[in-house]
Design a protein. Sequence first.
Length: 305
Amino acid sequence: MVRRYELAGGKIVESQNEQSPILVYVNPSDAEKRYLTEELKLDEHTMNSSLDPDELSRLEFEPEHVALIYKRPKNYAACDNFLFRVSSLGLFLFKDRLVILLAEDIPLFEGKPYVRGLSLPKVMLSLLYRSIFHFVEHLKIINMLSDSLEQKINASMENKYLLNLFILEKSLVYYLNAINSNTMVIEKIRNNAGKIGIDGDTQEFLDDIFIENNQCYKQAEIYSNILSSLMDARAGIVGNNLNVLMKTLNIITITIMMPTMVVSIFSMNVSLPLAHDHPFSFWFVLGLAMLSGIGFLVFWRRKKW
């Protein structure tokens, strides 16, 4: 599927013009791939790499265009079960055209543009900035989920909450690798700004992107270190909760066992006190059973068990 956009009044608007300067291909078909490789001269390997979620970020200079592949967060869904994934996006910048390749349909140009005086290089950098912003938003969600799971672990003995934390930690590892990969690409763009057509005004925006990406990486690194360093403690909490439950069950079992033993003794078919008819024998045995249970409860309380 292909969508076309053009720059009008400092905004990016959708267009039906075949000559639109911005082309967005979402999971392109075989016919669209042939057009990209034969007409626009895109390298087939680079084009396929743009759709591969495991591909590393990179910047390549071709005779007629610049090819950029960078990492972005994949849209999260409830079926992902706390696993946040990353995907790849390809940008192919020509002198008069920008071709965007992505595997899933996502909103690319929603909201206000981050820069004024839009040009194709600025649009390319704006997409990089949106990717960083998307990473930051997902990191906030991961932090909120982590706090919620911690509270559930403190009051639960189930392993599922601990396993969910492991999945979040795995997600942060993916994000750290992706953000670090983007960092190297942004650094390469800064070193080759002239070849890409980045002017002085756009260079300032590129510097902001570099700073924001580094801050995003530091934030992801902090969250990852916190999760990994406290994982053993959280596993210990689950084990301690189980021990407390077993202790409580043992106390209840022993406390119930004593009245049962008293009643069993007086129920034996041998000669015992009150074995013959006595008007208060039932109440005496019942009271003795209750006293034994209360006595054990007092004993546990004095021992602070």
